[in-house]
Design a protein around this ligand. Structure first.
Ligand code: MG
Length: 451
């Protein structure tokens, strides 16, 4: 049975995500990722204690010792796992940006990266099997650690020019989305000497401020407050603070691919060259910005674990996805919201205001659409369209992408729904729209012919 989606196991609490499921998942994780100590942490959801206790009980029953970090961001758990040799894995209880009735279980490998697909499959197989627990004298114990959040923030501070930031007298607005960064990112602001106004910084799993996905629609207060308080920039986390999005001093929302471009360009400038990794679904704004300062871009399939693992193998400086999940090789190989904020503040201090930096980027138009396709026809559809476009610049890294001199199109099979997501990008709006329309028509005709 497939339990893991793109970001762990998720479900509605006391529906699919029951205490019984969490208990057995805990045992399965212990069987696959143990023996040894396993760290666990949670975000602010109302069901955090219920799911944490059940997973912990499963781990303990299997003889694993648990290090309980309490409520901290996902990247703080990942940093703890990476920096403690006696800890062999991590478990994060979070449903990230999902509505409040959801919760989830996400697994972390010994090096602090998100578990690979193979490890997740092994946990699913263990869940389906009969699990034998040790005797009464073989069960584990719990140790509670209260300073994992601060140790993580100290590491973030060490990875930027903190003196330059303190001297610059930056003003900012921070929206914690009532999530897991409600304690740690205000602490980061204090340590960097940033004068900060906070929004939604009380931990509250009902998410009274706004839903925990930091879309532009959810960030009206942040945009207004940033402009009205004369701040240099504003930023917002998602629920578990592995991601972050930005607004400029004038209150403009910065789309995730533009943050990627600005921070990729900044990393390459600071290093005097280097590689940036992103996915085939990311705007060419990243490649143009990175190339303009002498860097190179490599593309992977969609998914932050894929990006992180490519960065490890090719020695890239920086990578990420256009949803605000950004990975910094000098810190750790996972999406990191607090590190993203510190690096963006550093970029503003060293290279000029965020408004100016956004304005300096090349402008692209990306049309996002979808076409329905039964799951069993997705492979054949891609094969047929690739065949029809033989001789063109075809890339099959994730779905089908075709590059042109003035843009690209991508059709990616949705992992959760019977459809393809279709992207078309160009600097010329008419080109992007025309190509999107033609591609949708062609895909629709091919899918019909296969049915
Ligand atoms: Mg998240």
């Amino acid at each position: 049975m497939k339990m893991f989606g793109t970001n762990g196991i998720r479900g509605v609490v006391n529906g699919y995500m029951s205490s019984e499921l969490a208990l057995k998942v805990g045992k399965s994780i212990a069987k696959v990722l143990g023996p040894g100590s396993i760290a666990i942490a949670k975000d602010t959801r109302t069901s955090a204690d219920m799911i944490t206790c059940a997973v912990e009980s499963g781990l303990l029953a299997m003889g694993v010792d648990v290090v309980d970090l309490g409520m901290v961001p996902t990247p703080a758990l990942q940093y703890y796992v990476k920096t403690h040799d006696d800890v062999v894995a991590g478990v994060m209880i979070t449903a990230s940006h999902n509505p409040p009735e959801f919760n989830g279980i996400k697994c972390v490998s010994a090096d602090g990266t998100e578990c690979s697909h193979e490890e997740e499959t092994a946990i699913e197989d263990a869940y389906e099997s009969e699990i034998v627990c040790p005797g009464w004298d073989g069960v584990g114990s719990v140790r509670r650690v209260s300073d994992a959040g601060e140790a993580y923030i100290d590491a973030v501070v060490r990875n930027v020019d903190a003196d330059a930031i303190r001297k610059a007298g930056i003003k900012a607005v921070l929206d914690c989305s009532n999530g897991a960064a409600s304690n740690t990112t205000p602490l980061l602001m204090k340590k960097l000497g940033v004068k900060v106004v906070t929004l939604n910084a009380s931990p509250d799993g009902r998410f009274p401020g706004h839903y925990s996905e930091p879309t532009e629609d959810n960030l009206g207060d942040l945009k207004r407050m940033t402009a009205e308080t004369g701040s240099d920039l504003g930023f917002a986390h998602d629920g578990d603070a592995d991601r972050c999005v930005f607004v400029t001093g004038s209150g403009r929302y910065v789309p995730g691919d533009q943050s990627l471009a600005i921070l990729g360009r900044s990393a390459v400038q600071k290093n005097g060259g280097g590689i940036v990794v992103t996915t085939v679904a990311t705007s060419c704004v990243v490649e143009e910005a990175v190339k303009s300062v002498g860097g190179t871009v490599e593309y992977t399939a969609v998914g932050s674990p894929v990006v992180a693992r490519r960065m490890i193998s090719n020695g890239a400086l920086f990578g990420g996805e256009e949803n605000g999940g950004l990975i910094f090789a000098d810190h750790q190989y996972c999406r990191d919201g607090a590190m993203s904020i510190a690096k963006m503040i550093e970029a503003v201090v060293l290279r000029g205001s965020l408004d100016e930096q956004v304005d300096s980027l090349p402008k692209f138009v990306t049309i996002k659409a979808a076409v329905g396709c039964p799951d069993n026809l997705k492979g054949a559809t891609i094969k047929e369209i690739a065949h029809r476009h033989e001789g063109e610049r075809i890339n099959l890294t994730d779905g089908l992408r075709i590059d042109y001199d003035d843009g690209w199109v991508l059709m990616r099979p949705s992992g959760t729904e019977p459809k393809f997501r279709v992207y078309s990008e160009s600097k010329d709006k008419a080109v992007a729209e025309g190509r999107s329309k033609r591609f949708l028509e062609e895909a629709g005709a091919v899918i019909s012919s296969l049915q």
